[in-house]
Design a protein around this ligand. Sequence first.
Ligand code: C5P
Length: 233
Amino acid sequence: MIDRATRDKLIVALDLPTYDEARALVDRLGDTVSFYKIGLELLFADGLSLAQELKREGKRVFLDLKFLDIGNTVEHAVAAAAKLGVDFITVHGHDTKTMTAAVRGRGASNLKLLAVTVLTNLDQSDLDEQGIAATPGGLVVGRARMAENAGFDGVIASGQEAAAVRAETGPKFLIVTPGIRLPGAETGDQSRITTPEEALRFGANHLVVGRPINAARDPKAAAETFLAHIAGA
Ligand code: C5P
């Protein structure tokens, strides 16, 4: 029997082009999955309606919208998202001004703020191009520390960065990790992947899984396999 806390560690990414496909996947997964991530693609296909439906159905919802704008705009966008009653939202963790604006916008709501530190598709040459004199790993840890100081609840980090972030932040700081694959599975376009067991050992609190579940022939069986790995970790 898998308890709710274990089930909540698995966040299934609803990376699908239409509301109907996302709704059908949620219905197929039923009680197996308790936490969903809605990103920019589904946002433009009634993703916010689905987010509210999922909340009414007792699910947890992570809106992966990666806000970055002037403080006034970020504050009011976060306040509007908080009114939807969703659980997690992402904001770029580039600077303290943006993040403290997000903290003001969240107000007294239960919305948890997660910082995107360095996008996992960027490498050293992209940082050099921006005139940033840091390694991607060093920048991730520095931005995680800045996010914690600004009052953020956690960060998005690959499993390979999770251990360094965990070492530099408090025990309650959330680490949410995408790029999760079972041993020997298709990696798709992900390069910095980890297994569920590795990510949890490195300090991740939640694992984001997309294609290994949303593109599986039997998504429910795939989700159950991931949950068994999480429960056994
Ligand atoms: O299909 P896959 O399991 O690779 O999907 C991973 C999900 O996590 C996608 O929704 C992707 O946008 C998201 N993500 C990521 N890397 C990040 C941040 C988010 O893969 N750094």
